[in-house]
Design a protein. Structure first.
Length: 145
């Protein structure tokens, strides 16, 4: 680096020192180029294994067992009346042995007792059925005033 002692015409006896920054800028540019060259190139790619061949055949819809609980707490299995809990347990046990295991959809009337619906859900769970759902919850929606 060099210092340039330039004389101003206005101040004849005064010396104004100023630094020559050209070599400093040259060194910084060389360092910048070296930094850019030394940075490893990153590939922005994602490796994934895509399936090959024909698409799988359409999966068949699961078998659905519709359990309905009426306002009088009467239980129906796909439209057929269920006499008591013992018969319901045996129907659930037969359903759990089927291949594939059917889905259980429970539809309860809003005026039915909670105990009846809870007993159905508990019995289905005890038999090892895992696809259990309560459907028709729109009947329970309160109107907005």
């Amino acid at each position: 680096m060099a210092i340039d002692f330039a004389d101003d015409d206005e101040d004849e006896g005064h010396v104004a020192p100023s630094m020559n920054t050209t070599p400093l800028i040259d060194v910084l540019l060389v360092l910048l180029v070296m930094l850019i060259i030394s940075i490893p190139i990153r590939l922005h790619s994602v490796s994934m294994d895509l399936p090959g061949g024909l698409p799988p055949p359409d999966a068949q819809l699961p078998q659905v067992v519709r359990l309905e609980v009426s306002a009088g707490n009467q239980v129906q299995w796909n439209g057929a009346h269920v006499a008591d809990r013992v018969e319901l347990e045996s129907l659930l046990q037969m359903a759990s042995r089927q291949t594939p295991v059917p889905e259980i959809h429970v539809h309860a009337d809003p005026k039915s007792k909670y105990d009846t619906v809870a007993a159905i859900l508990t019995a289905a769970q005890r038999q090892g059925l895992q696809k259990i759902g309560v459907v028709g919850l729109d009947d329970y929606a309160q109107p907005v005033r």
